[in-house]
Design a protein around this ligand. Structure first.
Ligand SMILES: *Cc1c(COP(=O)(O)O)cnc(C)c1O
Length: 465
């Protein structure tokens, strides 16, 4: 349930919050303030409100960064005024963005990393939108050149993050989302090929599926599409949603072939603010080669007397996150990213081992470096009634501040509820063992206080992707 709805706000509209130390200063909550207030009073009021947000370090639902080095805080402060769109006024920030693009193209094995094309975005959602639009434009150009219609585009994916549902809806594209089936919770090549036809603008495998955290088999799908091209002539491009995996596989699964080493992979998106370890608000969209981004998607803006590409959807955008992304690239390099992420995988494995020992749970994914991201998920053992649902379990853990979401899977496994933990930089082994202790306490609690009416998904904390 949302914290506020119209009616409850109407009831509270005359409520006031109190800020000054002697409680004499009041401020309105929902009406636009009539007077000004002192910075100290306002700061303490706002600061206190934020306390109720909970502790982000114990938020094991998010993929996003919740820990940063002091130097990152400093750089963010120094960059408060940098607008990413003002490439003329902040040419060095623009240069830094460009360097990051080439570093990523290099990391993802672009055959022409120094010359390829890409941009920063506010996150993977915007980057996915850009990658999706390029697929659509490229498909349209090919169809037009062949004198064919362009009114029925479709996109083939596995169980995707909501940004792809948005892309399909905003651009009137039929989303052919391969449903889960039995124990197959990700995409496979056979199911992809079955859904491809002349109207398919592209195929999007995910490197780190939101629901179960596993990598989809990019290479196997690419090989199947090669075969499809041989037998039918259909040449279907791929975009990899590497929101999480794009910043993990290059360091921790270097032999996994998923990136621009596969010629059919024309573009990749990744979230800098997830395993890229940058502060919230940065993602990346990179194309394999310059020619893979259709001209129609590029706006040319005048920049220091020259012409500069503008690809992103937003106009004004903060530059600090991009500067800090660059800081991280220099600060960590391959070595540092590998160390940090490897520690996270080890912690995920450790927690998964402990969760398996608790009794009522079956681990579905245990944080295996070669097959997914540093995370784990589990379900209740079949045919066993532990006296609680996963939603109850999540609720009980929340009492100690842990946010460990329970949710049901997408079609056609809505029947299956699972629980998931993301292990990020800052979720240490120590924190993991404290969590396991609290899990044991929660199970014991339900042993002595069995739940007669288990909590349903609707009543649970409302975690959505
Ligand atoms: C998080 C995520 C997204 C959306 O990324 P944002 O950076 O939050 O916009 C897209 N796809 C996958 C697989 C994700 O995990």
């Amino acid at each position: 349930m949302p914290l506020h709805d119209k009616n409850s706000i109407r009831d509270l509209v005359d409520d006031e919050i109190y800020a000054s130390s002697d409680m004499s200063v009041s401020m309105p909550k929902y009406k636009f303030p009539l007077q000004e207030h002192s910075p100290r009073d306002v700061y303490s009021a706002v600061h206190d409100e934020l306390m109720l947000d909970g502790n982000s370090r114990q938020n094991l639902a998010t993929f996003c960064q919740t820990w940063a080095e002091p130097e990152v805080h400093k750089l963010m402060d120094e960059c408060m005024d940098k607008n990413m769109v003002d490439k003329d006024e902040y040419p060095q920030t623009a240069e830094i963005e460009g360097r990051c693009v080439h570093m990523l193209a290099d990391l993802w094995n672009s055959p022409d990393a120094a010359n390829t094309i890409g941009c920063s975005t506010t996150g993977s959602s915007e980057a996915a939108m850009l990658g999706g639009m390029a697929m659509k434009r490229a498909w349209e150009a090919k169809r037009k050149a062949a004198g064919k219609s362009i009114d029925k585009p479709n996109l083939v994916t596995g169980p995707v993050q909501v940004c792809w549902h948005k892309f399909a809806r905003y651009w009137d594209i039929e989303l052919r989302e391969v449903p889960m089936e039995g124990d197959r919770l990700i995409l496979n090549a056979e199911e992809v090929v079955r859904r491809c036809d002349e109207n398919t603008i592209g195929v999007v495998p995910t490197l780190g599926v939101t629901f179960t955290c596993q990598y989809e088999p990019v290479k196997e799908i690419a090989d199947a599409l090669d075969q499809l091209q041989e037998s039918t002539g259909l040449d279907i491009r791929m975009h990899v949603d590497g929101a999480s995996g794009g910043f993990l596989a290059p360091f921790c699964a270097p032999d996994l072939v998923w990136d621009f080493r596969i010629p059919r992979v024309k573009s990749i998106n990744a979230s800098g603010h997830k395993f890229g370890l940058a502060p919230l608000g940065v993602g990346w969209a990179i194309w394999r080669e310059e020619a893979d981004l259709p001209e129609e998607e590029i706006f040319w803006v005048n920049y220091l007397g020259g012409n500069m590409r503008d690809i992103a959807l937003n106009f004004s955008r903060p530059g600090g996150q991009i500067v800090c992304q660059y800081y991280n690239f220099l600060r960590l390099g391959h070595e540092g990213y590998r160390k940090i992420h490897t520690a996270c995988y080890e912690t995920a494995k450790y927690i998964a081992g402990e969760v398996a020992k608790l009794g009522p749970f079956d681990v579905i994914y245990d944080g295996d470096m070669a097959s997914g991201i540093p995370a784990l998920c589990w379900k209740l053992k079949e045919g066993v009634d532990p006296g609680f649902s996963l939603y109850d379990f999540a609720d009980r853990l929340r009492a100690r501040g842990w946010q460990v979401p329970a949710y049901s899977l997408p079609p056609k496994r809505e029947d299956l509820a699972i629980q998931r933990i993301l292990v990020r930089h800052g979720v240490s082994r120590d924190l993991g063992s404290l969590l396991v202790e609290d899990m044991k306490r929660a199970i014991d609690y339900y042993k002595s206080h069995p739940v007669h009416t288990p909590m349903s998904a609707d009543e649970a904390s409302g975690f959505h992707h």
